[in-house]
Design a protein around this ligand. Structure first.
Ligand code: PGA
Length: 264
């Protein structure tokens, strides 16, 4: 795994945006896997800037989001569809019909089929070229809470207490946070051809160390990224504070600069 430790949030966002930029330039009809949460906001701002100032063209790009609260309609201001429209899609020349976010308003009886269809759409698009990920305080990627099978696919999931508490900051109270979500599975995520994993802040330090250097376990679903051949983890100094191999990561990052190649 490439582990890059950046000085601040700006730098993390720019580093991540550079990887997306190169992919979109190389493959204008690429498929991006996208995440919500506060961590990727800087990346999205950079992409909007690259579109507006450098003409980075998203007209043939397709996107699939990781997850959506179950029970919220796409118009709900706390829905992830709304978040993506506001924070990214509106600022790009992407076609809205090429942006996929799971629909949290699908009827319960139709969910299984809907989730299977979401997976099929990813396959039909040629698979995800680059997946953006954050990490939850409980080690989740997408809404794959502790105990989620590492073989899981897109499905309805129940949210962990920790996640409800973490996400209550966006709602009037924790009672208003939905208890369920539709989420890509761990196995769905691992099929992406490349992954960018972003984490910031001291609160994430311990869980980041477990995810990147601890045993692979369904109790920290982000640890499954260790099984993927092409992950770049981009962290700020606070989030990297509990890692045991920081000196090595810095050495490898320096070596990359000299070699002009990426070392996974
Ligand atoms: P955050 O959320 O970026 O707001 O910290 C991350 C997550 O829950 O995956």
């Amino acid at each position: 795994m490439r582990v890059l430790i950046a000085k601040d949030y700006e730098k993390i966002s720019r580093e991540a945006a550079q990887i997306v930029y190169e992919l979109v330039r190389r493959k204008p009809n690429c498929v991006l896997g996208l995440a919500t949460g506060s961590t990727p906001l800087g990346l999205y701002r950079e992409l909007v800037k690259m579109h507006k100032e450098e003409g980075l063209d998203f007209s043939n790009v397709k996107t699939f989001n990781l997850d959506e609260y179950y029970g919220l309609s796409p118009e709900h201001p706390q829905s992830y569809r709304y978040f993506m429209n506001e924070n990214l899609f509106k600022g790009l020349n992407i076609k809205m019909e090429n942006t996929m976010v799971p629909d949290g308003s699908v009827k319960i009886g139709e969910l299984e089929q809907y989730c299977r269809r979401y997976e099929e759409l990813i396959k039909q698009a040629g698979g995800i070229d680059l997946q953006v990920l954050g990490i939850g305080g409980d080690g989740h990627i997408a809404f794959n809470e502790p105990g989620s099978s590492l073989g899981s696919r897109t499905r309805l999931v129940a949210l962990d207490e920790n996640t409800i508490e973490d996400n209550s900051r966006f709602f009037d109270s924790s009672a208003d946070v939905p208890r369920f979500a539709l989420s890509m599975g761990v196995a769905t995520i691992l099929e992406a051809k490349e992954i960018i994993f972003l984490a910031t802040g001291a609160k994430k330090a311990d869980v980041v160390a477990k995810a990147l250097e601890g045993p692979v376990t369904s109790m920290i679903t982000a640890s499954a990224l260790q099984l993927h051949p092409k992950v770049t983890a981009i962290l700020d100094e606070d989030a990297s504070d509990s890692l045991s191999r920081v000196a090595f990561y810095r050495f490898a990052a320096d070596a990359e600069q000299k070699a002009g190649a990426r070392l996974f």
